[in-house]
Write a protein that binds this ligand. Structure first.
Ligand code: DOR
Ligand code: ZN
Ligand code: ZN
Length: 400
C-alpha cells in the first residue's frame, strides 16, 4: 500500500514498555483485546505487559498460556514480563530466556497483586539468577508500612504524596543500586519519580537504565485537588520540582524510556476513600498525544521522542524484531500530525474501566496512523482489523 503522508511526520513504531493489561483478571476493567485496541488508537505499535495479573505470570505454564492467548486477540504487538516472587527465584534464569519475555519484573515495593521481593537476601538471589536486565519497582516497602501509621483513613488524597515521600523512593533505589553493583547484574529502574533519584542514578549509567512516566512529566500535585482518587498512583504524582527534574533528565540523557504505567482500576476502586483508593491510572491511549503536546511546547524534540519511545526500549530490553522478519525490517510506523489539536475526551477511551485522568485536556499533535508490519491498523481514529498483533522477540542475553 502506498500511503500519502504529506504534511505528516513518520516515526518508527512507538512502544509503551509499561502497561498492565489485567489479563487474566478482571476483563471489565481491562483486557488484552481492549487494552491493545486503546494502544493502536493512541499511536502505539507495541506494549510490554506487566505480570501482576490474577493469577500472576510467574511460571512457565502461565507464560505459555499467555503467549497463546495474546495471538489473535492483540491489536498491537506485545512483549511479556515475568514476575519474580520469593518462591520462583530458582526458575528465573530459565524464564527470562523464554520467547517473548521482555524482562523479569521485581516489585521491591508495594504494588497491586502478590508480587513482592523485598528483603536484601532474596533480591540478591534474583540478581544472581540470570543475565538479562532486570526491571524494578523500587519503593521501600518497610518504610512505607512504618509511615502508613502516620496517616488517618479518609484524609485528602494529597496525603498519598506525603506518605510515599522522596526518602522512601530514594531508599529503595539506593538499596537496589548497592546490590546491582555487588552482583554486576544490569538493572532498569521503572518510573523514577524524584529529583534525588534521577541525580543519584547519573552515577550508575554503566549498570542502570531509567524509565520515567508521562504522568510525572505532565502532572503535579494540584491533580489531587482536582481529581481526588483519580490522581492516585505509585510512585505518586509529586510537586513541580520533581516534574522539572524529570524534564532535565529527559534532556540530559539520564532517561532511556518513557512509559504510561497504564494501570486501570474500576471507578468504584478509585473512589474508595484514601488510603484504600486503588493506585494506578489509565494511560496507554493518551501517552503519545501527551508526548506530542510536549514536543509542540518545546520540551523535547521529535527525534528525542522517537529515541525515548522506540530506540530506548529496543536498546534496554533487547528487541530483535517484532514479527517474522529480521530486526529493522518490520515496517512498524507511527504517523503523527503535529498540527492537529484535539481535546482528550473520556468517551474516546476504549479501556472498559472508561476513565482517564487527562479528560478535558487539549493536546496539539496527534497520532493519525499506526502501521504494524506494513499494515495500517489505525487510521484517523478507526481501527482496521482483524487483530494483527504478534509477540515481540528479544535478544537472548543482553549485558546492558
Ligand atoms: O500505581 C500503580 N499501579 N503502581 C503499581 O506499581 C502497580 C499498578 C497496578 O498494577 O495497579
Ligand atoms: Zn510500579
Ligand atoms: Zn506499573
Amino acid at each position: 500500500e502506498v500511503l500519502d503522508c504529506r504534511g505528516l511526520h513518520v516515526l518508527p513504531g512507538l512502544i509503551d514498555p509499561h502497561v498492565h493489561l489485567r489479563d487474566p483478571g478482571d476483563p471489565k476493567v481491562e483486557n488484552v483485546s481492549d487494552g491493545t485496541r486503546a494502544a493502536v488508537l493512541g499511536g502505539l505499535a507495541a506494549v510490554f505487559d506487566m505480570p501482576n495479573t490474577t493469577p500472576l505470570i510467574d511460571r512457565r505454564e502461565r507464560l505459555d498460556w499467555k503467549r497463546a492467548y495474546v495471538q489473535g486477540r492483540a491489536w498491537c504487538d506485545v512483549g511479556l514480563y515475568v514476575g519474580a516472587t520469593k518462591t520462583n527465584i530458582n526458575a528465573l534464569a530459565e524464564l527470562e530466556l523464554q520467547p517473548n519475555v521482555c524482562a523479569i519484573k521485581v516489585f521491591a515495593g508495594s504494588s497491586t497483586g502478590d508480587l513482592l521481593v523485598e528483603d536484601d537476601e532474596s533480591l540478591e538471589r534474583v540478581m544472581r539468577a540470570g543475565r538479562r536486565r532486570v526491571c524494578y519497582h523500587s519503593e521501600d516497602e518497610y518504610r512505607l508500612q512504618a509511615r502508613r501509621k502516620l496517616f488517618t483513613p479518609g484524609m485528602p488524597h494529597r496525603n498519598h504524596m506525603e506518605w510515599r515521600d522522596v526518602e522512601t523512593a530514594f531508599l529503595g533505589t539506593r538499596r537496589l543500586m548497592a546490590l546491582a553493583r555487588r552482583t554486576g547484574r544490569p538493572a532498569h529502574i521503572l518510573h523514577v519519580s524524584t529529583a534525588e533519584e534521577l541525580e543519584y542514578l547519573k552515577d550508575f549509567r554503566d549498570i542502570a537504565t531509567v524509565e520515567v512516566l508521562v504522568n510525572h512529566l505532565s502532572q503535579t500535585d494540584e491533580a489531587y485537588d482536582r481529581l481526588g482518587g483519580y490522581a492516585v498512583m505509585n510512585p505518586p504524582i509529586r510537586d513541580a520540582r520533581h516534574r522539572e527534574a524529570a524534564w532535565a533528565a529527559v534532556r540530559d540523557g539520564t532517561v532511556d524510556c518513557v512509559g504510561s504505567d497504564h494501570a486501570p482500576h474500576s471507578r468504584a476502586a478509585k473512589e474508595r476513600p484514601w488510603p484504600d483508593t486503588a493506585a494506578g491510572l489509565t494511560g496507554v491511549q493518551t501517552l503519545v498525544p501527551l508526548m506530542l503536546d510536549h514536543v509542540n511546547a518545546g520540551r523535547l524534540s521529535l527525534t528525542r521522542l522517537a529515541d525515548l519511545m522506540c530506540a530506548g526500549p529496543a536498546r534496554v530490553y533487547g528487541v530483535v524484531g517484532k514479527g517474522r522478519l529480521a530486526a529493522g525490517y518490520d515496517a512498524d510506523f507511527t504517523v503523527v500530525d503535529l498540527g492537529k489539536r484535539r481535546v482528550i475526551e473520556e468517551s474516546w477511551i476504549v479501556s472498559p474501566c472508561g476513565w482517564t485522568p487527562f479528560a478535558g485536556q487539549e493536546c496539539t499533535g496527534w497520532p493519525v496512523m499506526t502501521i504494524i508490519r506494513g499494515q495500517v491498523v489505525m487510521r484517523e481514529d478507526e481501527v482496521l482489523g482483524p487483530p494483527r498483533g504478534g509477540l515481540v522477540r528479544f535478544a537472548e542475553a543482553r549485558g546492558f
